[in-house]
Design a protein around this ligand. Structure first.
Ligand code: SF4
Length: 447
């Protein structure tokens, strides 16, 4: 059972020395109970208390890590059911499945295509995370496919086989990496656990009921395997949503350790229709899928999934920001337009992409608005005349341009008068309200 803040407090030194970064031992205890603090921050906890608290302080969803050639996919360590409560920590890993009954050159071509796919999204380069290799026959064929995949792209792997002898050969072929192994059930988990232990690989356990799943994870843990991934067996949308949510609720709200593990999802097994697969994958990413295995590499499906994942796993309390300063777009000259916006990433990229797409050179002055969008920053007093004027002065943009005209976003036209006062000698122009209208505005803009 989870310990309450008061129960934890009773085990702390109660000296309120503040060394943990919290004003009192009670405040620290409350954070520990909420899984939002690290016990190691208090140097004065007794060994006895530490032992008792370690279990309570452990993340309710076990961290599972797989890796290859320096790339890691981590899943687990989550502490909230909903992103807005705090944040999600480890993005769902996206894997593309290949089958070993395909010709090796086809497998390699598919892997190469998927591995080289990169989506540029608000300054981030988004990619898939790895490949799932599925055995369909003997161990030699499986091993050849695993080797072929790794020779083409050294991405983390999920190895899928029902026969432990076949899996053993796959693991040998994947030596030097840390794959996730899939295929254990109530009937064969011991042999899979032996393999997992021998190769230091996390393992998936599949069962068709949560009570059996919980029993099996306890047995697997007792056999010495800590990193376990759950497959609750169902594939349809409704049952997947219900069971994934139940598993995560049991782990987070009841601190039920036997289900405190990441979940694997197979959206491609939900439907053949690509649209339904997208919906199933979307559900898996948003509702607790830690490893998501897709059956096809399709940029049309992947692009929105990668963007969605980036949004879901962005800390809502930490806006993504770009560096304040002057950005040169399309090789601007002294007579090119100068526009100002805030340093919220999505705002910056919306504006910068429109200028870039227009083909017209321009200077983009990005003011430090603490990562807020234009209207939010203005309302919070973070994008006012004083801050914009300060950006103009500190960046020295006035010396790079032959005109002294500054275009402000249409949404903050109210700043015009104040800015003219803050920037004597400058002409302040009110630009479009929406970024999408910038190209048309630039076409008629005159220095
Ligand atoms: Fe209390 Fe330990 Fe924090 Fe000091 S460091 S305030 S003793 S919890």
């Amino acid at each position: 059972m989870a310990l309450s803040g008061i129960q934890i407090y009773k085990m702390l030194p109660q000296t309120n020395c503040k060394e943990c970064g919290f004003p009192t031992c009670l405040a620290f205890a409350m954070k520990l109970a909420a899984k939002q603090a690290d016990l190691d921050k208090c140097p004065y906890v007794s060994d006895e208390a530490r032992e008792k608290l370690a279990e309570a302080a452990a993340p309710p969803v076990r961290l599972v890590i797989i890796s290859a050639d320096g790339r890691e996919v981590k899943s687990g360590n989550e502490i909230v059911l909903f992103r807005h409560e705090k944040t999600f920590f480890n993005p769902a890993g996206l894997f593309i499945r290949v089958y070993d009954d395909q010709p090796l050159d086809k497998i390699k071509a598919r892997v190469e295509e998927a591995a080289s796919y990169v989506v540029e999204y608000v300054g981030m380069a988004l990619t898939i995370d790895g490949f799932a290799v599925q055995a369909t026959g003997d161990g030699d064929t499986f091993a050849a496919a695993v080797k072929g995949v790794l020779d083409t792209a050294k991405f983390p792997l999920i190895l899928i086989a029902t026969d432990t002898a076949v899996m053993a050969q796959g693991l040998e072929a994947a030596e030097g990496t840390r794959p996730l192994i899939y295929g254990a059930t109530a009937g064969n988990w011991e042999a899979f656990a032996d393999l997992a232990k021998k190769h230091d690989a996390p393992m998936v356990i599949r069962a068709d009921s949560l009570s059996v799943l919980a029993e099996l994870t306890e047995k697997i843990k007792a056999a010495g395997i800590e990193e376990i991934v759950l497959d609750p067996g169902v594939r349809d949308l409704k049952s997947s949503l219900a069971l994934n949510t139940l598993i995560r609720r049991m782990a987070l709200k009841k601190n039920f350790k036997p289900l405190g593990f990441p979940i694997i999802s197979f959206p491609g097994e939900c439907a053949n229709d690509e649209g339904m697969v997208s919906i199933a994958a979307t559900q898996a990413i948003t509702k607790y899928g830690g490893f998501v295995v897709l059956d096809r590499f399709s940029p049309a499906t992947l692009y929105p999934l990668l963007a969605l994942r980036a949004n879901i796993y962005t800390d809502p309390q930490q806006p993504i920001q770009v560096q304040p300063g002057v950005y040169e777009i399309n090789d601007p000259q002294a007579d090119s337009a100068l526009m100002v916006t805030t340093n919220f990433s999505i705002t910056y990229f919306s504006v910068a992409n429109e200028i870039d797409g227009s083909g017209i050179p321009g200077w983009l002055l990005v003011a430090d608005a603490e990562g807020m969008s234009v209207l939010t920053a203005w309302a919070a007093g973070k994008f006012d005349a004083e801050r914009i004027a300060k950006s103009v002065k500190t960046t020295g943009i006035g010396e790079k341009i032959s005109h002294h005209k500054l275009v402000i976003p249409g949404h903050v036209s109210v700043l015009l008068g104040e800015l003219e006062e803050e920037l004597p000698g400058w002409e302040i122009l009110v630009g479009p309200r929406e970024a999408v209208d910038i190209p048309a505005y630039l076409k008629v803009w005159q220095p």
